[in-house]
Design a protein around this ligand. Sequence first.
Ligand SMILES: [Zn+2]
Length: 422
Amino acid sequence: MRKFILALLTMVLPACAGGPSHVTGPTSRNPGHPYRWGGTISYHTDQGGLGNQTNAQANSMVAGAFLVWQNVGTASLDVQNQGQLPFDVTAENVMAFQNSLGRCSDSGHPQNSIVYDVDGTILAALGMDNNSVLGFAGIICTDDSAGLYTRGWSVLNGRFIDGQPNAPGHQSISLQSYRAALIHEFGHLIGLGHSQVNVKCLTDSFCRPEELAGVPVMFPVLVDRSGIELTVDDRASLSLLYPDPAFSTTTSRIQGQVVFSDGVTPAQGYNVIARQVVDPARTAVSSVSGFLFTAGTGNPLMPDGNDTNLFFGSRDTNLIGFYDIAGLPPGDYTVEVEAINNSGQFPFVGSRGVGPVGESLGFQFKMPGRCRVQYLHPPSTPDDDCAARSILTLRAGELLNTGTDVVLLGTPERYDQWEDGP
Ligand SMILES: [Zn+2]
């Protein structure tokens, strides 16, 4: 299996959560809510080509990538192509263009600009390695009081699809993989962060086809997949941000807390996955505990030295361990908690971050206690087997939020005995 780093992110704003990209903080009228676009998302495309693709072919790829998201039936997402940028963005003018986009009070710019870097020279001019960065998407301007995105841009690197063979000094990928990268990038532009489902397809050598098919498009690393279809997790993330009325009535939802062995102390930064019993590899939706809470200030359990006064995320301490898994097709489910990938070649931190801790603080917690994977199994007892799990039966339109707290078994009493901070 080939793996490419989706070096996108160089998000202009530091991203804050897994699920949504950014969550409103204290400057918002409504803290603890994901940022999103208000109304129609419009974009303008660059003039010129992209690698060996003509301008028309590039436009078609861009529209097709947005369409993958627009086609999600449980979401209401309106994306419109408003035509071309007024000039061809090149290595010579991109810095001036970037600076002008950064003047957020100047309303004379497109809401979103999609820049075609025909041969990688634009990325090089922006100081990036055009042999490893496929492109990036970033939010430039926001209305923080309202929790809305107001301007973004994306630069796509054509060097990867210029027809040259893949070689050590010149990475090339198939158009199919490039399209997958575009869908991922535009997921960020729409407001989605990264998701971790079936992480063994990255970390283990053996990954079954159905497990590969369950790896989300918004997984932090691009893994080869036969198709580039959204997974249940991708559709759920989008639908939570832009719900169609049918979303809450046709799907099921589980909300709860991840807590330590004492049953009350909340645990932020763990990956929670609901898996359907009859199709666990593919019908699976994730949420990161504490995804709405700031990774910094206000969490009494954050290791010393990380009490940063972050801009994003709620200070409501009731949200420290909170998880929210929506978009589940009705059926029988188990719920499990695991660590977010924290080692190896691609730890999910920084630009590959999943959840507020990894993205903002640059590390991920390992699982505390004695279970590598911890299942929901209420009422849990200290001598529970790690494999003990409950099966939840969910009906359409149901929100289950009682008996849903996952207790991490065998955790030491004091946090700093097991934390795996920097
Ligand atoms: Zn990404």
